[in-house]
Design a protein around this ligand. Structure first.
Ligand SMILES: [Zn+2]
Length: 356
């Protein structure tokens, strides 16, 4: 842990025990906090990408904290409606989950259901229709998990053709992205699976286990339909997880394809959206409005008030390596106060964040 991080934790602890958290909770009670998650851990995914996967115990602790603190957890549509009308209950929270990993149904849904907390799952539909692990994530996971120190790939168009010393971080990174870029540009899913299997073998790993465990796979159409039983509402996140800020035509086409696939599966109208990778710009807001989108969440950190544009909502992306007191500082609005005081809020008309 860095010194800066230790100082921050110390500051939060002092703020909590001097009553600042309680004061902020009162000051920020009319603001809507949207909490964002992605996938959940079956084996070691949270160690691989703590911003993308969360351990079950960590998530259970978060939900317990919400319940203990008496934070009303609202469905997204209800939260957005109350925000617009100025009728939010005090300290309201909305839970959203991005992408549509299998672990949401298998691990998170029963935990949310136990507390009676609703949630929204923003689903990117390409891999829902394919049923295979997310290619770029799978390749990165293999390179992270391997214990071998040098990589000898077979002679293939996707391999860089030279042995790679995996102790050399730059060389490993280049070799990994060469495979991902080639596979994404030139191959179909069947070929990508073959690539993953060959890379796994070269790295001393078993890709079959990764396919079976489904830690890096999304939900199937049938599984998406089962989410409703747990109070989880499926909404939009583009088909291929892209929404280019400089290309409104492609952005609209991504939204429409995503909507067509998901509405066919679910048999109902979808009208809430999450910008993939948090990439958004003001130019895209009219595209969403024309398509009848009611709300859209970004990755910009913050709470929402009545003046927030519903097509550029702030969120707090929770992650596995966020300490309990950091989470509590967000919940109570203490972090929001710091953002307002330091002028970090409301300064941009575009943004992005790291994602799959
Ligand atoms: Zn996403």
């Amino acid at each position: 842990m860095s010194i800066k991080h230790r100082i921050r934790l110390g500051l939060y602890t002092v703020a909590k025990w001097t009553g600042m958290f309680a004061v902020c909770r009162l000051l920020m009670r009319r603001r809507l906090l949207i909490l964002g998650y992605h996938g959940f851990q079956f084996t070691d995914e949270a160690s691989f990408r703590p911003a993308l996967f969360m351990r079950q115990q960590r998530f259970a602790d978060r939900l317990a904290m919400l319940a203990r603190g008496g934070y009303p957890v609202l469905p997204l549509a209800e939260g957005v409606r109350h925000l617009k009308n100025g009728t939010l209950p005090a300290n309201a929270v909305v839970i959203v989950i991005d992408d549509g990993f299998f672990s949401v149904l298998d691990l998170a849904a029963p935990m949310l259901n136990k507390h009676g907390f609703p949630a929204t799952l923003y689903v990117t539909s390409y891999y829902v229709t394919k049923g295979t692990p997310v290619f770029r994530l799978a390749v990165q996971y293999l390179f992270w998990k391997t214990k071998v120190t040098s990589l000898e790939l077979p002679d293939r168009p996707w391999s860089s053709g030279v042995d790679v010393d995996l102790g050399d971080a730059d060389a490993a990174y280049k070799a990994m992205w060469h495979i991902i870029d080639y596979g994404e540009a030139n191959c179909d899913e069947e070929q990508r699976l073959e690539i993953c299997a060959e890379v796994a073998t070269a790295l001393g790993l078993d890709f079959g286990t990764i396919i079976t465990e489904r830690g890096l796979s999304l939900l199937t159409p049938d599984e998406l339909c089962r989410l409703e039983d747990f109070g989880i509402d499926v909404q939009l996140h583009t088909h291929r997880h892209i929404f280019p800020a400089n290309d409104p035509v492609q952005a609209r086409s991504e939204l429409r394809e995503n909507r067509m696939v998901l509405e066919r599966i679910l048999g109902r109208r979808l009208e809430h959206f999450c910008y993939p990778s948090g990439v958004w710009a003001c130019d895209l807001l009219p595209v969403l409005a024309k398509e009848g989108i009611v709300s859209a969440t970004t990755c910009q950190a913050g709470m929402n008030d009545q003046a927030t544009n519903p097509l550029a909502l702030y969120r707090i992306l929770d992650q596995d390596n966020l300490h309990d007191i950091e989470f509590e500082a967000e919940l109570t609005g203490f972090c929001e106060l710091l953002r307002i005081v330091s002028g970090q809020r409301r300064c941009t008309d575009k943004g992005h964040c790291a994602d799959i």
